[in-house]
Write a protein that binds this ligand. Structure first.
Ligand SMILES: Cc1cc2nc3c(=O)[nH]c(=O)nc-3n(C[C@H](O)[C@H](O)[C@H](O)COP(=O)(O)O)c2cc1C
Length: 219
C-alpha cells in the first residue's frame, strides 16, 4: 500500500466518477464500511431525521418510520439493533455510533387500502437522510442484510409495518482497521450501469437521445 493511499485511508473519499454537473452531495455520498466510533451530536441526527421528514410521498402519507439507536445514549437499544444485522454486516456496522431500521407502513392511514408506493416513499426518505448526512460530514450505509423477523420481534414493530432496511450512520473511519477482505471492497472502484441501459426514450426500448433543447427523439 503506498504512502499516498495510506494517508487517504482515514476518512476515505470515493467520489462518484460522474460527469460534471453532478451535485457535490450526490458525488460524495457512498456506502463505506469503515466508520469512526466518534459520537454524532444529537442536533446532527435530528437534522438527518428532518431531511427524511421532508421527503415527498404518495398522498403525503409519509409511510416511513425509523427505529434509531445511538450507542452512547442507549447502549442496550444499540445492541438490540446490532443483533438483528447479518454477521457480514455486523462486523463493520457494529462500529458505527448509530444504527437504525427503517420501516414502512404498508396501508394508507385514511382508508386502510394497500399503499403500493410505501416502499418507494420510504426509500426516498432514506435517500434524503443520506444526502443530509453527507452535508454534515457523516455517512450512511444502508443494509438489506438484516433479519427482518428478528428486528420485528426485538424492536416491537407492529403488524402492518414492514422492516425495510437497516442503516449505519457515523463519521468516516480508518479503512486500515478493516479486514483485508473488507478493505478490498472498500477500495474497489465505484461502478454504475450506463444510463443508456435503463433510460428509454418515448417507449420501452426507445433510444434516449436528447436533442437540442433536451427533447427526447422518437424511435
Ligand atoms: C436497500 C439496500 C440494501 C443494501 N444492503 C447492503 C448490505 O446488506 N450490505 C452492504 O454492505 N451494503 C448494502 N448496501 C449498499 C450497496 O451495496 C451500495 O449502495 C451499492 O453497492 C452502491 O455503492 P455506493 O452506495 O457506495 O454508491 C445496500 C444498499 C441499499 C440501498
Amino acid at each position: 500500500m503506498s504512502t499516498a493511499n495510506t494517508e487517504t485511508m482515514a476518512g476515505l473519499r470515493k467520489p462518484a466518477p460522474a460527469d460534471a454537473g453532478l451535485h457535490e452531495l450526490i458525488r460524495e455520498r457512498w456506502s463505506p464500511r469503515a466508520f469512526s466510533g466518534a459520537p454524532v451530536p444529537r442536533a446532527l441526527l435530528d437534522s438527518l431525521v428532518e431531511a427524511a421528514r421532508w421527503a415527498p410521498s404518495c398522498m403525503n402519507e409519509q409511510p416511513w418510520s425509523f427505529v434509531l439507536a445511538d450507542r452512547y445514549a442507549d447502549p442496550e437499544g444499540y445492541a438490540r439493533l446490532e443483533s438483528a444485522l447479518m454477521e457480514g454486516n455486523r462486523v463493520w456496522a457494529g462500529r458505527a455510533p448509530v444504527l437504525g431500521i427503517v420501516v414502512a407502513r404498508l396501508a394508507f392511514t385514511r382508508d386502510g387500502a394497500p399503499n403500493r408506493w410505501a416502499l418507494y416513499d420510504t426509500g426516498q426518505a432514506v435517500a434524503q437522510l443520506a444526502l443530509q448526512a453527507v452535508a454534515a460530514g457523516l455517512r450512511v450505509h444502508q443494509m438489506g442484510g438484516f433479519d427482518a423477523d428478528k428486528a420485528r420481534r426485538l424492536l416491537g414493530i407492529p403488524e402492518g409495518y414492514e422492516p425495510v432496511a437497516a442503516l449505519a450512520v457515523g463519521y468516516p473511519g480508518d479503512a486500515r482497521e478493516l479486514s483485508p477482505e473488507l478493505l478490498a471492497r472498500e477500495l474497489a472502484p465505484r461502478q454504475r450501469r450506463p444510463a443508456g441501459e435503463w433510460v428509454h426514450g418515448s417507449r420501452w426500448g426507445g433510444a434516449w437521445a436528447p436533442a437540442a433543447g433536451g427533447a427526447v427523439s422518437e424511435t
